[in-house]
Design a protein around this ligand. Structure first.
Ligand code: HEC
Length: 118
């Protein structure tokens, strides 16, 4: 399932890599803080975990919705980002302080924060 999705995504990623968007303007913290996932369940998970760091530049976390910070990370591929969210990555704590998130929910939260159609 996961791998099928990755294959479907690959052409889009390759295209994006071949035609990079003009350098994105960084978001302000206020702009990042104003964003919420449309799905209510996902928004609740987000508010209880990711949001605390990912709307606070001082935390070192890429700001939610900030293409200037997320595009280079998204280029690693959603599967790598999912793995880093679950296992931890430098200052990113394993699980991102979400005790109930499923892999699918992590993937959706990452898509939302990277502003990749989530
Ligand atoms: C305690 C603060 C904190 C919380 C809570 C947190 N993060 Fe992070 N996150 C970070 C920091 C700091 C980084 C940057 C790590 C680095 O690149 O050195 C990061 C980076 C990431 C990355 C990018 C990893 C990469 O490979 O570039 C993903 C994906 C991510 N976080 C997902 C999440 C998700 C999903 C949640 C909520 C379930 C979450 N984070 C909650 C601090 C946090």
């Amino acid at each position: 399932m996961m791998f099928e999705r990755a294959c479907l995504l690959l052409p889009a990623l390759a295209l994006a890599a071949c035609h990079p968007a003009p350098t994105a303007q960084p978001l302000t913290q206020a702009q990042a803080a104003a964003r919420h996932p449309a799905d209510v369940g996902l928004a609740t998970l987000y508010d209880g975990s990711c949001r605390a760091c990912h709307t606070n530049r001082d935390s070192g976390a890429p700001l939610s919705g900030d293409h200037a910070q997320w595009d280079v990370r998204w280029a690693k591929g959603p599967d790598v980002l999912l793995q880093h969210a679950v296992a931890g990555y430098n200052g990113m704590p394993a699980g991102g302080q979400c005790t109930t998130c499923t892999p699918a929910e992590y993937a959706a939260l990452i898509r939302f924060m990277a502003d990749q159609g989530g």
